[in-house]
Structures are given as structure tokens and as C-alpha cells.
Ligand binder design. Structure first.
Ligand code: ADP
Ligand code: ADP
Ligand code: ZN
Ligand code: ZN
Length: 776
């Protein structure tokens, strides 16, 4: 079948996840989109099979010793793949960037800028030329010694640490201390050190207050605890840590985001007094290019950076030319409002992926297959053309481009479409069509075809009348300058505008404290849990009921198994080899660690004795393995479980398995699980639901299901606010707030507000022309 000149990637008998022995051929020199409803198997084919197979081969070729490990982790379940080039993946679900990375480091543009400063900068008279490392805040050679290259220093004050000085230490004067026993422990140590923990804070001598809060000493004393609740406690050796030390340590080292956030409340950030926020040593900040320091250039939006670069010498011209040509694709992809010093963790997943994509254009790679995950995420319709151009350019450089996409415009612009379906999970996993896009029109079974070729306008819906509203602002934050917005209540509002126009910043200001809001619920796409221990059964609470059902069986009662026996989180019923995870972590050299099935329970999570207990012929592991759909039938007469399952079915998640780990769920799935747990809860007064780009990762068919739910909430008297780029959704809203007109400093204003049909006619709005097409 395969010859070196065969221009196709040929996949045979792919069985990863729900794929049903898929055979598919895709030309190597095309932009191919993988489509299908959520859960149909697109990612399993594009990432789980094509990309995973390319990775496996790559690691085998560079590190033969890794073979055994790869075998252990599991190669993709596929018969054969031929014609496969090396693959590069730009996936959104990837590990979050480290806090030190920035737009400049992600794109490598910082390196080029440093080179420019090192080689072509203007130095003060007599100063030696600096190495390019000296311009990096992330190296010892460059970092400001005071703030270690962070640009800001964190300080804490007595007022922050002790908000209520009328309290004694025993009554909790030191608000920054940890809770529970750890805080008591510190208090007892202070007592043992001879401090009066029962006197109001303000009555303690100043030098004592100073020492308690700020000392760097860590004395060790023997503590004789008082007897509590009748329990005798032994004396122990306790180490004291001042409140400042505790807060600083927690803020910089704690693995828990909650603890870090708590610590941050006791800190004030101030620009570093030595570098003034420039993050570099004084020698480096004395060098300028075009009259500006490197810190000043890094703070400019990319659109302005290009104009600020000099071309006065040959060296400068060459280095500037390189920078300019690498900034261009970033700007084209609608990200010109970003600055090089913008910390990567503050970027959205979509922004980050587009940055990586733009960077690839200059990598000089050819003959590889790029596998991308919805690059249109977060992209305004006005920027879709540019995305297609960038994909075309990667192709023109001699690469294949495989894209998992839901955006109809991107589908129409592709050379080839692989449609997976027809539905999700067990009801999907087949390739319905693989070929040039127009041919999909004839595939009757395809949900994609229905949306891609059916151009009949959406049914007209009466715009609802609001019942009052809430006023947000004036907001001055990021690029918003004193913006005041009115959000009507009892209706569905869509917030629109190009990437960087200020949508997320604005809705971030909607808080529980605003009069009229009532309950505020944020339904986002963040994972429902970070470890394989969380799953939809635990998140929705239905697993608690399931465990009670098992504990109530005769078999369990005879053996004395209680509810806890059926938990995989505590010792007793769980498999101890994997401590109930079902997986063990495998460390691969050079690779992020991955999970492999537990060698003892094979993924069942429980010990054999627990698995002997059955309810209606199924043990607890088998129940966790049921799909929502099957479970709904199995538990039809267990009211509390049935209600949760019905809500999950309503949001289109019938294909998920109850025990599917949170780590395997997509952002869209996590979001719909959150929505379902809201829906099952029943109505308790007015609620404002806030959703930031809820349609990301959703096929148009899934968007319909989601919107039906959201409109249902509004019909029930609630308020829904969405940030949205999908014009079908915007056209179906009652009210639109359009921000812009551009991104960054070119945006941040309300350009139009009103019903969709009205906003569609506003000349100054970048959204209007696209909305106009969707409303009529
Ligand atoms: P899509 O990309 O079309 O949304 P996926 O390929 O992610 O679909 O999922 C296809 C099916 O495989 C779904 O039923 C999903 O629940 C299941 N699945 C996805 N990832 C995993 C995994 N890591 N382990 C087991 N099943 C999975
Ligand atoms: P949108 O949601 O419309 O894409 P954002 O509200 O995310 O826009 O961003 C609006 C502006 O604020 C942009 O110029 C962006 O670069 C800036 N911005 C957003 N978040 C941050 C942040 N955490 N730090 C600095 N600037 C930010
Ligand atoms: Zn500094
Ligand atoms: Zn196990």
C-alpha cells in the first residue's frame, strides 16, 4: 500500500477510546479539519492516534531505551499508520506556562530584542558592551538583585497582618496565620516563648509586636499544650515562624492556589525601588535603543513596538528586520495589543495557542504535520481570514496542517474535511466522510453537513423585555477607562468585540455585591478537578447516593461494609497499590510524567473483596464504568441519582462515563457538567449566570443544545451574560454590548449596546457586519 511517494497519511484500524476500527486516508499537503459533535472522537483520531503515533516513533528513534516505558504507558490503539511525518502539536489543554514566562519568551521575541540591545544599543560613554544575557530578568547576569527580576517587591504591614488590634493573639489577632491546629500551634509557641497571648494586640509593647510579626529568627521551644477536649497531649518541640515569614513562604512556595491567594491578601505589591519595575540591573537599564530601555520597549503593544525600532545602522537593520517579520504574524492573528512583558499565565488558552502558532511560521520546519486544537478559540469573526492565511502559509512551507475545529468559516476554508460521528461516545467513533469539503454535503448522517450547508435563517425569536438591570462601573482596569455598562436583568446578554477589546475585563467586574444580582454563578471551562480522583459522579454529588445504595445491599450489610467502604479516596475498600486512582504515575525521562493502568486492580480502583458486592448484578467499578445514558436506565428508580443524570442528559453529556477522570474531560465538557449540577439544584431565587465563551470546543449542534439550556434559565426568570464570538448565539440574544472598536488601547469602549438587530446597524462596530449576516 505504501510507497515513499504515496502522498497520503493512511490510518488503519484505529481503536483509541471510542474509535470503531477507523480507516482513513488524508493527503499530506493540505489543511485538513477534523469535525464532529463533542465526544464524537475527533481528538481521539487527530491527537490520540495521529499525533500520539508520531510521538511514539520519534521517541523510539531518539531514545530506544524509552521503548519499554512507552509500551507501559500504551501506544495508541491503531493497526497501522503509514506516510506519517513527524508531528508538532499545539494543543490548548497543555500544561499551563510557568509564572516566569511571558509573551516575549513564548514567542522567542525576547531573545531577538536582547540581541539588538547587546549588539546595536546606545551605551553610556565608557560602558562595556553587555552580553545579551544581561538583558534578561530571568538570568543571574541580568536580574535586578533587589527584586530578583520580578520588577515588584512584596511587602506586608502590621495593618494588613492584624486588621483588628483589639483582639488578643488567642482570639485571632493575627489574621494572616494559618487556620486550625497550625495556627493554634504558633500561638502555643508564642506562649511558651513568654509572650502574653491573652492581651489585646494594641496593648503589647511595640518591640514585641514587631518581633511577633516580622522576625527572621526561628526559635525552637518545648511546648506543653493545655489539655483540650479531655485529650492528653504530649509536650513537643515547636518552631516559631513570624507572620511575615509565613505569608512570604506560603505565597512563593505553596502548591495550593487557595493558600497562595489567601497569603496574597496580606501583601501589597510595590514597584521595586531599585529597578523601578524594569526588572534588570542598572547597567542594563542604562542601555537604550531608539531612546528607550529594553523594559520600555517590552511594555509597548506589539503594534507600536515595530514602529519604535531603529534602522540607523546595518546591524540594527538586520536585527530589526528579523524582529519585525516575526511580530507581523502575531499582529495578523489579532494579538497586536499584547506587549512582550505580558505574563503568560494572564493569557487565555486561545491567545496562547495563537502565539505559538505565529511563532511556528518562522521556525523553518518543513515536512511536519501540525496538529491544532481549535485555533479559532477566542477569535472574533473579523480575524478568521487571518487565521486561514496563517494555516495556508504553514502548508505552503511544505507541511501538513491537521486542525480540530468547530468554526464553520475555518471548515469552509479548509482543503479537506474528516467528519467523525455520527454522535458522541458509543454512538460515534466512525469516519462519516473524508474528502474535499463540498462532498460532505451529500452525507445524510452528518451533523456537520447540516450546519455547514444549511443556510436557512434561524427562527425569529421575540426579544425579551428586561426586568430592571445592574450597573457596572465606572471601571478603570486594563484597557477600560471609566467605562460604565448596564446589564439588563431577566434576559440573555451577549458581550462581543475583537480579542483584547476588554470583554473579560468588563464581565470580571460583575460581582455578587452589585444590588439586584442575587446569586452569581460562574460557569467556566476550567477543569472540575485536577487529579484523576475527581470525576463527574463525585463532582455532581451523585456518587454519594450510589455509595449509599451499595451499602444498603444485603451483601454489604452482612459483611458490615458501610458507605466509606465504597469510596476510592479512603483506605478500606480501595486498591492500595494505586490508592484508588486506578492509575499509577510513570516517570519518563525528558517527558512529563504520564499515567498507566494500575497493575493490581487494572483500573478498577477497588480491592477484590469490595468488588464482590453487587447491586442489580453490577459491582461499584462496573457502575462507575457506565455511561450517563446507561446509568439513567440502571438507576431510573433511585430518585436522587436519576435527577442528576437527567440534568447531564439534558446538556448532551449522555456519552460520558460516570467515573471518567476530570483530567480526561475537555473544557466544554467540564463547563456543561457545571451547568448540569446547577440545573439539578432547582431554583432558589434570582441567579445571574456568567459564561466566558461558552461555545469554545462545541460543535454547532452542541451549541444548539447549550443555548436551549441557557434560554431555559432565562425563561425561568434568571439572567444570563455570555462573552461570545459565535454570531448565531449573539443573534439569538436579547441584548448585545459590543466593546472595541479594536484590541488593547484601540479598544476598551462600549461601541454599541442594544438588541442584536440594532447593534447590527452600528457603523463603528467591528462586530456589526458579521452580526448583520446572522440576524437576517
Ligand atoms: P471529541 O474530540 O470529538 O470531542 P474525544 O476524542 O475527546 O471527542 O472523545 C471521544 C470519546 O472518547 C468520548 O466518549 C470520550 O468520553 C472518550 N475519551 C476521551 N478521552 C478519553 C480518555 N483519555 N480515556 C478514555 N476515554 C476517553
Ligand atoms: P477580551 O476578553 O476582549 O479578549 P481582555 O479583557 O482579556 O479582552 O483584555 C483587554 C485588555 O486588557 C487587553 O489589552 C489585554 O492585553 C489587557 N489585559 C487583560 N488581562 C490582563 C492582565 N492580567 N494583565 C495585563 N493586561 C491585561
Ligand atoms: Zn528590581
Ligand atoms: Zn489499583
Amino acid at each position: 500500500m505504501h510507497s515513499p511517494h504515496d502522498p497520503y497519511v493512511r490510518v488503519r484500524d484505529a481503536r483509541e477510546h471510542n474509535l470503531k476500527g477507523v480507516d482513513v486516508d488524508i493527503p499530506r499537503d493540505v489543511v485538513a479539519v477534523f469535525t464532529g459533535v463533542s465526544g464524537s472522537g475527533k481528538s481521539s483520531l487527530a491527537f490520540g492516534t495521529v499525533y500520539a503515533e508520531a510521538q511514539r516513533r520519534y521517541f523510539e528513534s531518539v531514545a530506544p531505551y524509552a521503548r519499554r516505558l512507552i509500551h507501559q504507558v500504551g501506544a495508541p490503539k491503531v493497526g497501522e499508520v503509514t506516510g506519517l511525518p513527524p508531528a508538532v502539536s499545539l494543543q490548548q489543554r497543555r500544561a499551563a506556562p510557568t509564572s516566569r514566562s511571558s509573551v516575549g519568551t513564548v514567542t522567542n521575541l525576547s531573545n531577538s530584542l536582547r540581541m539588538l540591545f547587546s549588539r546595536a544599543g546606545d551605551y553610556p560613554p565608557g560602558a562595556a558592551r553587555l552580553d545579551s544575557d544581561a538583558f534578561s530578568p530571568n538570568t543571574a547576569a541580568g536580574a535586578c538583585p533587589e527584586c530578583h527580576g520580578l520588577g515588584r517587591v512584596h511587602r506586608t504591614t502590621e495593618e494588613l497582618l492584624v486588621p483588628d488590634p483589639s483582639l488578643s493573639v488567642r482570639d485571632g489577632a493575627i489574621a494572616a496565620w494559618p487556620g486550625a491546629w497550625q495556627g493554634k500551634n504558633l500561638r502555643d509557641i508564642l506562649g511558651a516563648l513568654g509572650y502574653d497571648v491573652d492581651r489585646p494586640w494594641r496593648e503589647l509593647p511595640a518591640e514585641q509586636r514587631q518581633w511577633i510579626l516580622f522576625t527572621d529568627e526561628q526559635p525552637v521551644v518545648t511546648v506543653h499544650p493545655v489539655r483540650e477536649a479531655g485529650r492528653i497531649q504530649r509536650p513537643y518541640q515547636g518552631t516559631y515562624m513570624s507572620a511575615r515569614r509565613y505569608v512570604m513562604k506560603t505565597f512563593s512556595d505553596s502548591k495550593s492556589a487557595t493558600l497562595r491567594a489567601k497569603a496574597e491578601r496580606f501583601l501589597t505589591g510595590a514597584p521595586c525601588p531599585v529597578c523601578g519595575g524594569g526588572r534588570l540591573r542598572p547597567e542594563a537599564l542604562a542601555v537604550t535603543v531608539g531612546g528607550r530601555t529594553i523594559a520600555e520597549l517590552a511594555a509597548l503593544p506589539l503594534t507600536e513596538l515595530t514602529a519604535a525600532l531603529p534602522t540607523n545602522s546595518e546591524t540594527a537593520r538586520v536585527l530589526t528586520g528579523d524582529l519585525t517579520s516575526r511580530i507581523a504574524p502575531v499582529v495578523e492573528l489579532g494579538l497586536g495589543y499584547l506587549s512582550l512583558d505580558r505574563p503568560a499565565p494572564t493569557l487565555s488558552a486561545g491567545e496562547l495557542q495563537r502565539l505559538r502558532l505565529a511563532t511556528q511560521l518562522r521556525s523553518g520546519l518543513f515536512g511536519v504535520v501540525y496538529v491544532l486544537d481549535e485555533p479559532s478559540a477566542g477569535l472574533h469573526p473579523a480575524d478568521t481570514e487571518a487565521l486561514l492565511t496563517v494555516l495556508e502559509r504553514l502548508k505552503a512551507a511544505g507541511n501538513s496542517v491537521f486542525v480540530v475545529e468547530h468554526h464553520l468559516g475555518v471548515m469552509r476554508g479548509a482543503d479537506w474535511i474528516v467528519d467523525v460521528g455520527p454522535r458522541a461516545g458509543e454512538h460515534g467513533g466512525r469516519v462519516l466522510y473524508s474528502g474535499p469539503v463540498p462532498g460532505l454535503a451529500d452525507v445524510g448522517d452528518s451533523a456537520t453537513a447540516r450546519h455547514l450547508f444549511d443556510r436557512s435563517p434561524a427562527p425569529v425569536r421575540e426579544v425579551r423585555a428586561p426586568r430592571g438591570g445592574v450597573t457596572v462601573g465606572p471601571v478603570t482596569r486594563h484597557n477600560l477607562r471609566g467605562v460604565t455598562a448596564r446589564f439588563p436583568l431577566g434576559v440573555l446578554t451577549a458581550v462581543t468585540g475583537v480579542s483584547g477589546s476588554g470583554k473579560s475585563t468588563l464581565i470580571g467586574e460583575i460581582t455578587q455585591d452589585l444590588p439586584g444580582v442575587g446569586r452569581l454563578v460562574l460557569v467556566d471551562q476550567r477543569p472540575i478537578g485536577r487529579t484523576p480522583r475527581s470525576n463527574l459522579a463525585t463532582y455532581t454529588g451523585l456518587f454519594d447516593v450510589v455509595r449509599k445504595v451499595f451499602a444498603a445491599t444485603d451483601q454489604a450489610r452482612e459483611r458490615g461494609y458501610g458507605v466509606g467502604r465504597f469510596s476510592f479516596n479512603v483506605p478500606g475498600g480501595r486498591c492500595e497499590t494505586c490508592q484508588g486512582e486506578g492509575f499509577v504515575s510513570v516517570e519518563l525521562l525528558f517527558l512529563p510524567s504520564t499515567y498507566a493502568a494500575c497493575p493490581d486492580c487494572g483500573g478498577a480502583r477497588y480491592n477484590p473483596a469490595t468488588l464482590e458486592v453487587a447491586y442489580r448484578g453490577r459491582n461499584i467499578a462496573e457502575v462507575l464504568d457506565l455511561t450517563v445514558e446507561d446509568a439513567a436506565e440502571f438507576f431510573a428508580d433511585t430518585e436522587a441519582v436519576a435527577r442528576s443524570l437527567a440534568a447531564l442528559l439534558d446538556v448532551g453529556l449522555g456519552y460520558l462515563r460516570l467515573g471518567q477522570p476530570a483530567t480526561e474531560l475537555s473544557g466544554g465538557e467540564a463547563q456543561r457538567i457545571k451547568l448540569a449540577s446547577e440545573l439539578q439544584r432547582g431554583r432558589r431565587g434570582h441567579t445571574l449566570y456568567l459564561l466566558d465563551e461558552p461555545t469554545t470546543g462545541l460543535h454547532p449542534a452542541d451549541v444548539e443544545v447549550l443555548m436551549r439550556q441557557l434560554h431555559g434559565l432565562v425563561d425561568a426568570g434568571h439572567t444570563v451574560v455570555v462573552v461570545e464570538h459565535d454570531m448565531t448565539v449573539v443573534a439569538g440574544a436579547d441584548h448585545v454590548i459590543d466593546l472595541g472598536p479594536g484590541g488593547g488601547d484601540a479598544g476598551g469602549r462600549i461601541v454599541a449596546a442594544g438588541p442584536p438587530a440594532e447593534v447590527a446597524r452600528v457603523g463603528a462596530s467591528a462586530t456589526a457586519p458579521y452580526l448583520a449576516r446572522a440576524v437576517d
